[in-house]
Design a protein around this ligand. Structure first.
Ligand code: SF4
Length: 408
């Protein structure tokens, strides 16, 4: 099989992995005319294809052969797909060729598990090592790691990569037992814990002035939404733990979509993309808006409302906390106003020190007036007392009814 055929198979096999954004990576720069390429410090993966997500990284598998039999995966042992495998040298060559032609800004490399976790990880590390040490490659590298691999190999992966990740896939062990019987949540968390210690150690050394240190700056993971009965509350609880205890940079939520040759125990329909979107919004609320997951979802309501964004849904459940007076409200409270994001809240806090804020000022900041009006008091606007109590407020934000299509 020639390189092109392998690339067609192994790039296609990699497209199901969503965890490949690169925001927060440290900058490697070759403008001093040493080495090859340079990686932007914040987010080089801006382009997403509808099916395969990131398109500015060379996103491939080293091989789509795999010893494991995860039901949701097209590369599982029992799947009847065409198999291929690159050698590490082939991936290095492809990466450099594409990089020099400006097709890509880096490499996202993952692999099915062949022979053993250690053997597979060694192959992945060999690619990164060769790129960094033999070719002085300064583009972005994201390596997928295998929790069962020995810590020393994972540590070496972290030394060459900008980002490393381990896919959690499902939030609970009982779901893994059913859909990915070889995977173990405790082992994955153990590996994440070890990686976290290494990342913290590297961050300390950087803060201490070690500018030459090469080390990944973050770890991330992916979960599949809608392949099992896990609720949104299960996903957010797991994410909260991963951000808090393991300092993950990102949790990627990937809506399950049926694969060719599906396993009989998987849903036949894809999960709604809107569910993935609502989970991202909730994740954002927990990380940047000061929300606790228990404010977003409750035991009585463990799934997100697909029709309302989760912040608006929270505000509508907590109308007694509004309207807020823009002259006096705290930053924490303003972050809870539907339609206000952290950047605009900070702008408003600095503007209000010098002048009263009017609706026109909000419009100039591109704040959605229909969204904020019921929740805010400005210098020229006070929502009628009855507005927040009215059932019509919920109706105003509910999606418009759609004409159903008839199928014949
Ligand atoms: S370990 Fe599971 S998810 Fe990963 S390639 Fe193998 S079968 Fe697919």
């Amino acid at each position: 099989m020639n390189l092109q055929e392998k690339l067609a198979i192994l790039a296609d096999a990699a497209k199901y992995d969503a965890s490949c954004a690169s925001s927060g990576a440290n900058r490697r720069d070759s403008r001093n005319s040493k080495g090859v390429g340079s990686a932007g410090g914040a987010g080089i993966c801006h382009s997403y294809a509808p099916d395969g997500r990131c398109i500015s990284l060379l996103k491939v598998l080293l091989t789509n052969r795999c010893l494991y039999d995860c039901h949701y995966c097209i590369n599982r042992r029992s799947s009847n797909v065409r198999r291929a495998a690159f050698t590490p040298a082939e991936v290095v060559k492809l990466t450099l060729d594409f990089y020099k032609r400006n097709y890509i800004e880096g490499l996202f490399l993952s692999s099915g598990i062949i022979r053993s976790a250690d053997h597979t990880m060694e192959q992945l590390v060999a690619v990164a090592r060769s790129l960094r040490e033999e070719h002085d490659f300064r583009g972005y590298i994201h390596l997928k790691t295998i929790p069962e691999a020995s810590p020393e190999i994972i540590e070496e992966a972290a030394r060459h990569a900008d980002r490393i990740s381990i896919n959690l896939e499902l939030p609970k062990q009982e779901s893994l037992d059913r859909l990915a019987p070889e995977k173990n949540l405790a082992r994955t968390k153990e590996a994440m814990g070890r990686i976290r210690l290494r990342l913290d150690d590297a961050a300390d050394r950087r803060r201490g002035g070690d500018r030459k240190l090469r080390h990944a700056t973050g770890q991330s993971t992916q979960v599949i939404v809608g392949a099992d009965a896990s609720t949104d509350a299960d996903f957010l609880a797991r994410s909260e733990e991963l951000y808090g205890s393991y300092r993950l940079r990102r949790v990627y939520y990937s809506a399950f979509s049926p694969i060719p040759e599906p396993s009989a125990i998987l849903p036949v329909k894809p999960a709604p993309l809107l569910r993935e979107h609502r989970l991202y919004q909730s994740d954002w609320l927990m990380r940047f808006y000061g929300f606790d997951r228990r404010e977003i979802l409750t035991p009585e309501q463990p799934n997100l409302d697909l029709h309302l964004d989760p912040k608006l849904a929270w505000a509508l459940r907590n109308r007694h906390r509004f309207p807020l007076d823009l002259r006096t409200a705290s930053r924490e409270d303003l972050l809870r106003v539907p339609g206000l994001g952290p950047r605009n809240v900070d702008r408003l806090l600095s503007i209000r020190r010098f002048a009263p804020i009017r609706l026109a000022d909000l419009a100039r900041l591109r704040v959605s007036l229909p969204k904020v009006r019921p929740f805010l008091i400005t210098a020229d606007h006070r929502p009628p007392a009855t507005e927040l109590d009215s059932d019509r407020l919920l109706a105003r934000f509910a999606p418009k009814p759609e004409q159903l299509e008839l199928f014949c």
